[in-house]
Each structure stands twice: as C-alpha cells, then as structure tokens.
Design a protein around this ligand. Structure first.
Ligand code: HEM
Length: 458
C-alpha cells in the first residue's frame, strides 16, 4: 500500500511534440503556455526538445526551492548559458564563491549606501525629463532604458568620473545597447538546443561581439578605478561600488582581482538595468491609461519634504503602485534552478541534475490569490501586504540565498524617476499605437511612445 507521503511522478504537460517537445508552445505562447500547465499539478514536466524541465507551479513549490531547500539547488541552465557571455559574477556563480562575492557586494546595497546615491539618481532623472517639451512624443521605452542604464553606470562605475555627466550618459547608452543584445543571446541559448542557438543565422556572432564589447567597457572601468585609487596613495575607498569590490573582506583579505570585479560589474549591469527600465516602462503605460493615478502620485510626491528619502514610509501610494506594477508586469517571467542532489519538493522526487523553471509572473496572476488578476489595481495592496499571502505567491525579487541584492536600490531608483516624471509631466498614450507585450529574456512593451503635456498652473 502506498503511504500518503510516497513520492509522485511529475506529470508531463499535454501537447508534447516528437523531437521538439514543448518548444513550439513555448516559442509562440510563452507566458500563456506556462500558465496553462499550472492546472496539471504543483510540479509539471515539460520538454525543451528532448531535455526534460520541471515547472514549479504552486507558491509552495517556489518557496520550497528558493528558500526552504535552497542549498540543494544551483542556478541551472539559464545561467550556464549566461556564463560565457558575462563571466562568473554574483548572478552566475555558485556555492562558496557566490557567498563570498555576495557578502563582499552587500555594503553597496545597504540602506545608507543607497541613500547616498539618491542625489545622483535625482540629478540624472531631472536632466532627462527637463529636456522634454510640452506636446513632445517621447519613445518612453528607449528613453527609460538609456536613463536607467546611465543611472546604474553612474552609481556603479564611480560617481566621480572626471569626464562628467555626458560621458556617463554616453557610456550608459553603449552599455544599454550591448546588454539588450547579450540578454537576447542568453534567452535564445536557453530555450534552443546548443547547435541551433549557436548558429550564425540566429545572430550568435552578434551576441558574442556585444558581450566582448561589454567586457571591454567593464575592464576599462575597473582599470580606471584601480589607477584612481592608487593615485590616492593607497586610499581606494571613494564609497562607490568599485571601491567596495577592491576592499579587503574577512573572506578575501586582498579584495577582488580585476577579473572578479569586472565579472561583478557585468552581473550587476545584467541584473539591474533592463529590469528597472522595463518595470518603469510598464508603470508609465499604466499611468498613461489612468490619468487619476498620475494625479495621486504627483500629489504624494509634491508633499515629500525636501531631503526625505523616497520609500514606502514617505510615498505609500506610489510604492503600492509600483508593487502592483511588479505584480502584473513582473519582467522576469522565466528563471531557473538545478537540483544539485536528489530532492523531494511538494511530494515529487527530483533527480540530481533536474532543471527547474519558476515564473514569478504566473504566480502573480493566480486568481486564487489575486482576485481579477489581470486588473491593475494598486489599492488591492491597501489592506494587505506580502505577508498576508501564502509564501511564494508574491516573489518579484525572488527569495532566499539568491534573492535580488538590488531590491531596495531598484525601488529607490524607480520612485526617484517616477517623481521626476510626474512632477513635471502628464504622460499620455499616443493614439493609434497599441502596446503589446514582447517576450524575450524579460517581458517588455513592443514600443511605448507617449505624449507629455505639462500640468496646468496651480
Ligand atoms: C525592478 C527591478 C528588479 C527586479 C524585478 C529584479 C528581480 C530579480 C530576481 C527575480 C532575482 C532572482 C533571480 C533568480 O532567481 O535567478 C534577482 C537577482 C539579482 N538581482 Fe535583481 N531585480 C531588479 C533590480 C535589480 C537591481 C537594480 C540590481 C543591482 C543594481 C539587481 C541585482 C541583482 C543581483 C546581483 C541578483 C543576483 C543575486 C544572487 O544571485 O545572489 N537587481 N533580481
């Protein structure tokens, strides 16, 4: 007789094609497909070609893998594919090395360090939005990509560059273009078998060239920061991220080598630029559709006392609004893990080496936890916090030992940019343009042209 705790096999999702597995569904209906397999169990097997992959469907399964049993999992196929492009930094590395690097980077993401960046973030945002003219149509998706990359570059690649704001903006632009290409290459390499993904017809050489260009930019930044530190006669601590990387830590008395620091820069750029720009693009899309949201955000931001830091305590509605954007428009729709040893999750035995997919987006659109899940409603968070939901049901920044290190940094940047935009402008959609989600490594709007008009004089 089978006991209640006996393991069950993960069912195979319907619609598997010979040789191709579920690739056709994943290619055409990516998110809808992942959402459809949720009906078949907590954990369901799909096939990428002949390669089986387990999809985590319930909050409990996600929570178990990301947090409770996190030590039994590595980052998996997606990050194996990313490693040759971006090296062995915090997002791709594993185990002890990852822990050492994460601890070394942590000081840059403490609340006081983030607070110290708010001035730079605000200057960059203000410079951008003050250049707009009333009635102008802004390609908001592209502008935000440039802006958020420049913001990250200015805070990561040192805030004291002698060549000034224009150089940072230009560097941000170059980095942004290469990043988008590399992220696409990583996505293609994950879902397609290696011989197909690496074919020139699919742009493999372009991905490699973009990765090489990005490495070169990061190498230069590391070299310049090292030289600037030496000029200061051994005093390398300028409080920026590169100085933090060079500093000795208990786990690493010599600080990071140049290659390690370069790889960390690449990891942070990869993790921190497009995620925020895409989330903000969706935020402005929602604002454009609902002008009353702009009014509420503006009123709240205008009441923020000078010198007060933007955050949940000071801008509660704007923070709730962003929390809802991260729910409905979670940019990371597909992330992976790999079982490092045999492990049981939600009663399903997973063999060592099993590849797993989790999607925060499908968790965030579950009607069991979010009534009318496709409705955008910041006030659904009014009387409820993440703690009122089952663990694993709201995971925009993941959980556990691989949780986003930049969550507060990202929220601060996004609040700063929203404040700058809405205090000057009312962004509206452009008639005749339909915003559609485009799904690659992240889910972003196909294009987001918006017309900005100024507020009537009070
Ligand atoms: C809205 C913006 C952002 C979202 C939605 C987001 C989301 C995430 C998620 C879901 C993960 C976990 C990935 C996984 O499970 O494999 C992650 C990891 C990470 N994020 Fe973010 N992120 C954002 C912004 C940022 C920013 C601004 C930075 C840095 C400046 C950053 C740095 C990182 C790093 C370094 C990791 C890897 C942490 C580790 O493995 O130890 N992220 N992020």
């Amino acid at each position: 007789m089978r006991s209640i705790t006996a393991p069950v096999a993960a069912p195979v999702a319907p619609g598997r094609f010979p040789l191709l597995g579920h690739l056709p569904q994943l290619a055409v209906k990516r998110v809808e497909f992942l959402q459809s397999v949720r009906a078949h169990g907590d954990i369901v097997r799909i096939f990428l070609g002949n390669r089986p992959v387990f999809v985590l469907n319930s909050p409990q399964a996600v929570h178990d893998v990301l947090l409770t049993q996190s030590r039994k999992f590595g980052k998996g196929l997606l990050f194996d594919v990313a490693r040759p492009f971006i090296g062995n930094g915090i997002i791709t590395s594993e185990r002890d090395f990852h822990l050492r690097q994460r601890r070394a980077l942590q000081p840059a993401f403490r609340r006081d360090a983030i607070a110290a960046c708010v001035g730079t973030m605000t200057d960059i945002a203000e410079e951008q939005v003050s250049a707009w003219r009333p009635g102008e149509v802004i390609a908001m998706d592209l502008v935000l990509r440039r802006l958020m990359t420049a913001m990250l570059v200015a805070t990561l690649f040192s805030t004291e560059r002698p060549d000034g704001a224009d150089a940072v903006a230009e560097l941000g632009e170059r980095v942004g273009e290469h990043l988008t290409t590399v992220m696409r290459g990583v996505f293609v390499g994950t879902v397609l078998p290696a011989p197909i993904a690496s074919s020139p017809a699919l742009g493999h050489r372009r991905y490699l060239a973009a990765a090489a260009a990005l490495r070169e930019l990061a190498d230069t930044a590391v070299r310049q920061a090292r030289e600037a530190g030496q000029e200061r006669q051994g005093g390398t601590d300028r409080g920026d991220l590169l100085s933090i990387m060079f500093a000795a830590t208990p786990g690493n008395p010599r600080g990071m080598t140049d290659v390690e620091a370069r790889d960390e820069l690449l990891s942070l750029l990869m993790a921190g630029a497009e995620t925020t720009s895409t989330t903000l693009a969706w935020a402005l899309h929602e604002i454009g559709r609902r002008p009353e949201l702009t009014e509420r955000i503006r009123t709240e931001c205008e009441a923020l006392p000078a010198g007060a830091l933007p955050g949940a305590a000071t801008l509660p509605f704007t923070e709730r609004f962003l929390r809802e954007v991260l729910r409905l428009h979670q940019p990371s729709w597909l992330l992976m893990r790999r079982a490092l040893e045999p492990v049981r999750v939600c009663g399903v035995d997973l063999p060592q080496g099993a590849e797993l997919i989790y999607s925060a987006l499908t968790m965030h659109r579950d009607p069991a936890h979010y009534p009318d899940p496709l409705r955008f409603d910041p006030d659904r968070w009014l009387d409820r916090t993440e703690k009122d939901l089952p663990p694993g049901a709201y995971v925009p920044f993941a959980l556990g030992n691989r949780k986003c290190i930049g969550d507060h940094f990202a929220m601060t940047e996004m609040l700063v940019v929203l404040r700058s935009v809405v205090s000057r402008w009312r962004p509206r959609p452009v008639e005749g343009h339909r915003v559609r989600p485009v799904v690659h490594a992240l889910i972003r709007p196909n294009a987001l042209p918006m017309r900005v008009s100024s507020w009537p004089a009070d």
